[in-house]
Design a protein around this ligand. Structure first.
Ligand code: NBG
Length: 844
């Protein structure tokens, strides 16, 4: 008898995309709803925007995981050489948008959300960014991780999972108010805790010498207590590649959660005391940029994350069955500033005390492993730790540092037999007064490479702070000018500009930023110019709407948007900018009909909570704004606003809206700057000094497309050496005098003459950052900017050329340079086969 085949068996099989990896719009929607239900435990009627954000974040994270695990598996199988980027700060910014870009599904997800009646922009706004950094240094680390993943370079970022990141800034009555940041409050979907890879870190106590069973001299460190480091991993996907590297942040936990003796004797609070003390280590980020406070907890944070990370590297080697003698072949460890410099002593300790290596063997490995990036010349930022503190917390490390120092000074003595002063100058121990460990010296002695972050900065390092080390080890020194990631700071933050660029020159520029050069051929194309201008105008208008809604201040989108957004610091001279505003205002008051280019001055940035002068500068800007914005004589030609709570997320809004980027630090003080690059990439022109990377930006974009003013670093030194008297400038420059006097008179402070006096006194009598010496040059240059802005064609041309010539400032270029120069690492591509059920390995 003939049987009729079951129709389900003859139909071609319908391929259903996997819910966790599929990229079709239907699949994305299904996965999203599934996560809303099963992870958030919500149905649409009661779901909040945050639930939707979380559901989407999990949907995206699922799509990263296959790539992340495959990346880890490939590196493990190949035993790939890996960069370990040690940094006390990673200022990542929101993940969701960036992951959508890097996965190439931004538009599809937007559509999927739209079909579900949701708005992707609103969901992106929901994300609380992990503010685990202060400013440029932490943001640079994040850009570098993005580039390493994009360039398929095996890397691990190691840092601290601060429970409280950089504080939230509010402005009340013109003053900065700090509020604790609670980035974890609504859940953080991007990380995976790995408690199974926790490691112990010893603190305090004393050391003992002994002879081991094989007759070897050994040292045992008997700690006062032990803290556990628990790794929390975040995948970081590269752009249009399968590589997803790991950021591994350490959270401190007590080794024992409880003291049972205390508990049993009724001392309940005492029983959890140790737990509290231990967990304090990763509680909060120190909110200082370019200032070292020398606090005990900070040193604990440093040893904590460094020790965890080095032990983790050893665990990885053991897992891959690579002998420890090859540590420097397996890893290059980049120290982001001196915050991780204790690593030099810690690796020696691990190799000698825990793994029985000889001194010479351990030192050979250590000095082939580390590289050190210096990020500042400011003396107040150079880290030194009192010997007493070191001895109390890290007795074994201090012994090792003494030994390293003694051997190093022997070399110095041989090298400079006739110059005994070199010993005290170069010593790792500062013995000039109270004794200190100089972390930069430790980093230099223990590293194979030392770099500054812009050409001028590297030169100044060689001539100044690290001069002796340069003389002794010239080959270790090199420059690596900073870069920033165009994925976040162009594609994500400025989609319209990015689309306009891609329409002209194709999409490759996103990975090869040099290709922006091709835009030069469009500089005279009227369509492109028109579009370029229109994009800028529309974005300015959006920002104006935002400001109207959030600050109740109307600003004119046709005015020149003049923006200074960065940490508040005297060396960055936000108050020089303020002096120009007061000068313009004085001119208007003297002659209300004067012709001036309408301008909107926008400021953003946090001041360290303990940095009084910086906080007073914020107050000054707000005070000026309060008067200027309301004065009818001004007739809306000037507006001054301080935008609160500057963050990566907010920065992404600000850069695309700028016409003018303020990069006006005293020459020689800003190591590089990276905001300068982000502004220029988004078509802002720079007004700047010959400082940091400004110099190289000007070289690239052409001097005619850059507004330069002020003294050079050499002139700054020379003027200081001559004996600088700011008061002379005050007396001889009438506009400067008028501006200062107007502030001093209480005009901006409801008649209070005392309020700004401390700031004005420092300027008139010390002026360490030489505002007065640069004042006239700045005023003239700003006036010139105002004129050029009126010439729309010329301005547009300059902005297009700025964008076209920014190729050098991609962090991809910087990372390639590190790789070729001393990391000696090449890409490891990650292959992913299409998903199929048969490909799932059996667990047997
Ligand atoms: C900062 C410099 C900036 C530089 C970043 C990144 C510190 C110690 N330094 O000029 O001030 O761009 O580092 O290199 O935060």
């Amino acid at each position: 008898m003939q049987t009729v085949p079951d129709p389900r068996l003859v139909c071609p099989p319908v391929r259903v995309e996997d819910d966790r990896t599929g990229l079709n719009i239907e699949t994305l929607k299904r996965a999203f709803l599934d996560n809303l239900f099963y992870i958030q435990g919500k149905f649409p009627d009661i779901a909040t925007q945050n639930d939707y954000y979380m559901a989407l974040a999990y949907t995206v994270r699922d799509r990263l995981l296959k790539r992340w695990l495959k990346t880890a598996q490939t590196y493990t199988e190949q035993g790939s050489r890996t960069v370990c980027y040690l940094s006390a700060e990673f200022l990542l910014g929101p993940h969701l948008g960036k992951n959508l870009i890097n996965l190439g599904i931004y538009d599809d997800v937007q559509q999927a959300m739209e079909e579900l009646g949701l708005d992707l922009e609103t969901l992106l706004e929901q994300e609380e960014e992990p503010g685990l950094g202060n400013g440029g240094l932490g943001r640079l680390a994040a850009c570098y991780l993005d580039s390493m993943a994009t360039l398929e370079i095996p890397s691990i970022g190691y840092g601290i999972r601060y429970e409280y990141g950089i504080f939230e800034q509010d402005i009340r009555d013109g003053w900065q108010i700090e509020r604790s940041d609670k980035w974890l409050r609504s859940g953080y979907p991007w990380e995976v805790p790995r408690p199974e890879w926790s490691v112990p870190v010893k603190i305090g106590g004393h050391t003992e010498q002994y002879t081991d069973e094989r007759g070897r001299f050994r040292v045992r460190w008997v700690p006062h207590h032990v803290v556990m480091g628990v790794p929390h991993d975040t995948p970081l996907l590269g752009y249009q590649v399968n590589t997803a590297n790991t950021l591994r942040l350490w959270r401190a936990e007590a080794a024992e959660s409880f003291d049972f003796d205390a508990f049993n004797s009724g001392d309940y609070v005492g029983a959890v005391h140790e737990k509290m003390v231990s967990e304090n280590i990763s509680k909060v980020l120190y909110p200082n940029d370019n200032i070292s406070q020398g606090k005990e907890l900070r040193l604990l944070q440093q040893i904590f994350f460094v020790s965890c990370s080095l032990q983790d590297m050893i665990r990885i080697m053991e897992g891959q069955k690579i002998p420890l003698e090859k540590f420097h072949e397996k890893f290059v460890v980049q120290m982001n500033d001196t915050h991780p410099a204790i690593a030099v002593a810690e690796l020696m300790r691990l190799l000698i005390d825990d793994h029985c290596m000889t001194w010479d063997q351990a030192w050979g490995i250590t000095t082939r492993t580390f590289a050190y990036t210096n990020h500042t010349l400011l003396p107040e930022a150079l880290e030194r730790w009192p010997i007493a503190l070191f001895k109390k917390l890290l007795p074994r490390h201090l012994e090792l540092i003494y030994e390293i120092n003694q051997r190093f000074l022997d070399d110095v003595r041989i090298r400079y037999p006739e110059q005994p002063q070199m010993l005290s100058q170069m010593s790792i121990i500062d013995e000039s007064g109270e004794r200190y460990v100089r972390m930069a010296h430790l980093a230099c002695v223990g590293s194979m490479a030392i770099n500054g972050v812009a050409a001028l900065h590297t030169e100044l390092l060689k001539q100044g702070v690290l001069h002796d080390f340069y003389e002794m080890y010239p080959k270790k020194f090199n420059n690596k000018t900073n870069g920033v990631t165009p994925r976040r700071f162009m594609v994500l933050s400025n989609p319209r500009l990015s689309r306009a660029i891609t329409e002209r020159i194709g999409p490759n520029w996103v990975k090869h930023l040099d290709e922006l050069k091709k835009l030069e051929s469009y500089v005279d194309d009227p369509n492109f110019r028109q579009e370029f201008r229109q994009i800028k105008f529309d974005i300015k208008q959006e920002l104006a709407t935002y400001i109207q809604q959030n600050y109740g201040v109307a600003i004119n989108p046709n005015s020149l948007f003049d923006i200074q957004a960065k940490r508040i610091h005297e060396y960055k001279r936000q108050h020089l900018n303020a002096l120009y505003i007061v000068t313009l205002y004085n001119r208007i008051k003297a002659n209300p009909n004067i012709e001036i280019t309408p301008r909107t001055f926008l400021f953003g940035g946090k001041a360290a909570p303990g940095y009084y002068t910086a906080k007073l500068i914020i107050k000054l800007i707000n005070a000026i704004g309060d008067v200027v914005n309301r004065d009818p004589d001004v007739r809306d030609r000037l507006k001054v606003l301080f935008l609160k709570d500057y963050s990566v997320k907010f920065a992404q809004r600000i850069y695309p809206a700028a016409d003018l980027s303020e990069q006006i630090s005293t020459a020689g003080k800003e190591a590089s700057g990276t905001g300068n690059m982000k502004f220029a990439m988004n078509g802002a022109l720079t007004i700047g000094t010959l400082d940091g990377a400004n110099i190289e930006i000007r070289e690239e974009v052409g001097e005619e497309n850059f507004f330069l003013f002020g003294m050079t670093a050499d002139e700054v030194y020379a003027r200081k050496a001559q004996g600088y008297n700011p008061y002379d400038y005050y007396q001889s420059n009438s506009e400067l005098k008028l501006a200062i006097d107007r502030i001093a008179s209480g005009f901006f402070s409801h008649g209070d003459r005392k309020l700004f006096q401390p700031l004005l006194d420092t300027l008139m009598h010390r002026d360490d950052y030489m505002l007065f010496a640069d004042y006239q040059a700045y005023i003239d240059c700003q006036d010139y900017v105002g004129q050029v802005f009126q010439d729309v064609d010329r301005w547009t041309r300059m902005t297009i050329l700025n964008v076209a010539r920014m190729g050098k400032f991609s962090s991809d270029r910087a990372i390639r340079d590190y790789c070729e120069d001393f990391w000696k690492i090449s890409p490891v591509p990650i292959e992913i086969e299409e998903y199929s059920p048969e490909a799932i390995p059996s667990l047997q």
